[in-house]
Design a protein around this ligand. Structure first.
Ligand SMILES: NC(=O)C1=CN([C@@H]2O[C@H](COP(=O)(O)OP(=O)(O)OC[C@H]3O[C@@H](n4cnc5c(N)ncnc54)[C@H](OP(=O)(O)O)[C@@H]3O)[C@@H](O)[C@H]2O)C=CC1
Ligand SMILES: O=C1OC[C@@H](O)[C@H](O)[C@H]1O
Length: 428
């Protein structure tokens, strides 16, 4: 999320890709996507990438206001629009739904979409809390539908590159299920620390933004923090526990955090004793968003910048030390240090493109498996559903633990939050 180091032709092409310019011809079969919310995030997370992903097609949008939905559909060339989310879910010509709503509504509308027989790609954080994540994923598995948390950053080749360097588990096997695999440390040798930060400048979101609303499951740990916790889990694997957390509260709120930081620790497995720290903020003083990963091991340090929006420029700096005995040219000189700097762009597409590509591929796999009944295909389909479930539940479980460690309570789904009367501090 920092500006590109060098504005080159490649960068212009990557920005064009992000904007969905110059799409691919559609091939059959296509996954027909409907979007809940006529929002800005839906534009860059779904509409633009869908123009470039051959198997994806945005066919409908729903907004609470039918006129807005119609105008949005017209502006973006979407064939159908609806004035309610229910109406879109009743459309039989929709295979999958993108839920880009405020956090406190994710569970409610993901459940409704699953009940309508649609596969779901739901924005992060997956639900308001882990209990709700379990309920939703139980439903998805009972219906045999893909239900995925939209952690777009993890799908980009940059994360694959970091995982390869660190010997991290592949996507899917780090999902938080008991006995799931852990990073070996790779080029860094035994891991010593992992530090992840996602800092959003205070000018980006005003006080009335959904991120500061208790009734919409707001908070910095929910918004920027879920990326930090997810990245830590994706890189290291295993099941860390939250050791400590501290919140900076949003103005006039006793519930919503404007910033959250904390530490995690691995109490079992091959990384027992390893610690990770995170910093998440919605009130960063700097001018631009920051997202960084720093991993230290017995043999060096890996730094990555802009891991959330790598298409706009990223840097991977690897500094390794090799013991003198391992290098022929370092006799008697202690450790030899080598540093490499890389930028990872894959095919130059955005994180959202990679996310949508894997989502539609998996929807097709799950649909085909239930049609064909081939045993291998059924196993693959069931693994897809189990991995998504384990990952999103583990994700929300850590977010809940962070709130508890910070002396706050895990968030509530909007429907439940609405039934709780706000406490007036003046009468306590
Ligand atoms: N993956 C990514 O890069 C990003 C992900 N996100 C995630 O997307 C979700 C939405 O965030 P963001 O787009 O900033 O949110 P917005 O404030 O833009 O709201 C998104 C949509 O939510 C709908 N909505 C439904 N009920 C309410 C309500 N009670 N109050 C306000 N909006 C409502 C509105 O749809 P309608 O059109 O029906 O009025 C609105 O268009 C969050 O969970 C966030 O974490 C956000 C930004 C980037
Ligand atoms: O998902 C997101 O990514 C970018 C951030 O600016 C934003 O707060 C968040 O919701």
């Amino acid at each position: 999320m920092s500006p590109p180091a060098l504005l080159d032709i490649g960068q212009l092409q990557r920005v064009a890709n992000f904007l969905g310019i110059g799409g691919n011809p559609k091939s059959q079969p296509t996954v027909r996507v409907g979007m809940l919310g006529a929002s800005q995030v839906a534009t860059y997370a779904m509409i633009w990438p869908a123009r470039r992903v051959p198997q994806a097609e945005v066919v409908a949008v729903a907004a609470r206001d039918g006129n807005r939905a119609r105008d949005y559909a017209k502006e973006h060339g979407i064939p159908r629009s609806y004035g309610s989310y229910e109406a879109l879910l009743a459309d039989p010509d929709i295979d999958a739904v993108y839920v880009g709503l405020p956090n406190g509504l994710h569970g409610q509308w993901t459940r409704a979409a699953l009940k309508a027989g649609k596969h779901v790609l739901c924005e992060k954080p997956f639900t308001a809390n882990a209990e709700e994540a379990r309920e939703v994923q139980d439903l998805a598995r009972s219906r045999g539908l893909v239900c995925r948390e939209a952690f777009h950053y993890r799908e980009h080749p940059l994360m694959e590159h970091l995982r390869a360097l660190l010997g991290s588990p592949a996507l899917g096997v780090s999902s938080g299920s008991p006995g799931c695999q852990e990073a070996s440390g790779g080029v860094l040798g035994r891991l010593r620390s992992v530090d992840v930060a996602v800092l959003i400048p205070k000018w980006v979101f005003g006080g009335t933004n959904i991120r500061f609303q208790e009734s919409l499951a707001g908070g910095a740990a929910m918004d920027a923090g879920c990326y930090c916790l997810h990245a830590i889990r994706s890189l290291v694997g295993g099941q860390p526990v939250v050791e400590s957390a501290a919140a900076v509260m949003a103005a006039k709120s006793q519930v919503v955090d404007a910033a959250m930081s904390g530490t995690l620790q691995w109490l079992e497995g091959s990384n027992t004793g390893l610690r990770a720290s995170f910093r998440a903020s919605l009130q960063h003083d700097g001018p631009l968003p920051v997202s960084t990963i720093d991993v230290r091991g017995e043999r060096g340090h890996l730094h990555c910048s802009n891991f959330i929006m790598p298409v706009f420029g990223n840097v991977v700096r690897l500094t390794t030390t090799a013991a003198a005995s391992e290098t022929s040219n370092a006799k008697g000189s202690g450790n030899a240090v080598s540093t490499s700097v890389n930028r990872v762009y894959g095919s130059g597409e955005s994180t959202y493109y990679y996310q949508l590509s894997r989502f539609v591929r998996d929807v097709c796999r799950v649909k085909d498996a239930s049609k064909d009944g081939d045993e291998g295909a059924l196993v693959m389909a069931s693994t897809i559903l189990l991995d998504d479930a384990a990952d999103s539940i583990a994700s929300m479980h850590l977010v809940d633990e962070v709130y508890v460690a910070a002396g706050l309570t895990p968030r509530l789904p909007s429907a439940k939050a609405a039934t709780i009367q706000p406490v007036d501090p003046a009468i306590q």
